[in-house]
Write a new protein. Structure first.
Length: 369
């Protein structure tokens, strides 16, 4: 299928005098056409190595890489296409803007090396500069632009050759926090409008959640979980993924029984509550459950009892703009809760809180270290 990237059983090792490091350990992943796949993980997890193998900047030890239905690398088939024949565009962390060229010169360069006719170059450059909102900047020195504008020049240069897929290697990491936030939205909008496949490497969890259609979380050269941002953040039962992405409260619990196929009653510091849980576990099984800080709702004092309710004492309270971040002591445990401030709160207050059963999940015991 046009635009699809498929990686099959990819292995890549790096050997020095001291040791051999497995950067990619039998990785298999694919991205459907017109979707953004983000490779997310800590430093050294293999995400950049995987991107470089797809781009043709690194040679794997074994496996196969397919782009747009064409095998571009396969040890078994003896195929190894160079980067310029893989139908990719690439946007780097450093932008890789040529300082001696104008905006037009930077964007036109991939077409000039392909000997594209001059009139066609002018038309295609004008089209992509309009797309990235840089019309009228053609004759400006590229290095005189702001960081966000230089990033758009790099994106325009990647787009002008009409690639099957665009690869991004931490493209926003050099921008300040406020510009990074606005550029994230711009980039997401550009890619959605283009309906082009993209693979995006980042170690920034918020960036991954906001830009991606799908996220592959990597650890130790392997993909440990693949899903939509919503699935990864709200419904993961992998301990590493939950801990790595966002903040979470972890509580020890004991399974009492099942309310239905997907929801169990557990006993924990919060009391007896219902949470999402893997099926088929025996009563008495020791579990770890987790909640996100934003999953708690304050229950009015005058309200009747509600499901999954507990009472705790605020031991710490910080104003964080759109909400309070409260440390709450309950049943000998401390939980972090992000609470809206429609109710006046202060340290030492007792509060009634509720958590939706879909926001409280048990980790899979088989995946715990």
């Amino acid at each position: 299928m046009e635009g699809m990237v498929s990686v099959r059983n990819l292995v890549k090792t790096f050997t020095s005098k001291q040791e051999t490091v497995t950067a990619l350990d039998n990785v298999t992943v694919s991205t459907p056409p017109n979707r953004i796949l983000t490779l997310l993980g800590p430093s050294g997890c293999g995400k950049t190595t995987l991107l470089r193998c797809i781009a043709g900047l690194e040679s794997p030890d074994s496996g196969e890489i397919v782009i747009g239905g064409e095998v571009v690398w396969s040890k078994d088939k003896g195929i190894s296409l160079p980067p310029e024949r893989r139908g990719i565009g690439m946007v780097f962390q450093s932008y890789a803007i040529w300082p001696h060229m104008t905006v037009f010169g930077n964007v036109a360069y991939p077409l000039e090396v392909r000997k594209v006719p001059k009139h066609e170059i002018e038309e295609r450059v004008a089209k992509v500069l309009d797309l990235v909102q840089l019309s009228g900047f053609q004759n400006r020195p590229a290095t005189k632009l702001s960081g966000g504008q230089q990033q758009r020049v790099a994106l325009a240069r990647a787009l002008v050759a009409e690639p099957k897929v665009i690869l991004f290697d931490e493209p926003l990491s050099n921008l300040d926090a406020k510009l990074r936030e606005s550029t994230r939205q711009e980039l997401r909008d550009f890619l959605s409008e283009l309906a082009i496949s993209a693979i995006y490497v980042t170690h920034d969890q918020v960036e991954a959640l906001t830009i991606a259609d799908d996220i592959a979380v990597m650890r130790g050269g392997r993909i440990v979980e693949l899903g939509t941002p919503q699935d990864i953040y709200l419904r993961s039962n992998d301990p590493f993924v939950v801990d790595f992405i966002g903040r979470a409260n972890f509580l020890e619990a004991t399974l009492k029984g099942y309310q239905d196929e997907h929801h169990a009653v557990v006993e924990c510091a919060l009391g007896s509550i219902v949470c999402s849980a893997p099926a088929g576990l025996a009563p008495g099984t020791k579990l770890t459950i987790y909640t996100r800080p934003e999953s708690f709702e304050v229950v009015e004092e005058s309200s009747p009892p509600v499901d999954n309710e507990f009472e705790g004492t605020i031991t710490s309270l910080l104003f964080a703009g759109e909400a309070y971040e409260a440390e709450i002591s309950v049943g000998g445990a401390q939980v972090l809760a992000k609470l809206r401030f429609h109710i006046p709160l202060k340290k030492g207050d007792k509060v009634r809180l509720q958590i939706d059963r879909e926001w409280c999940r048990a980790l899979d015991p088989a995946k715990e270290d």
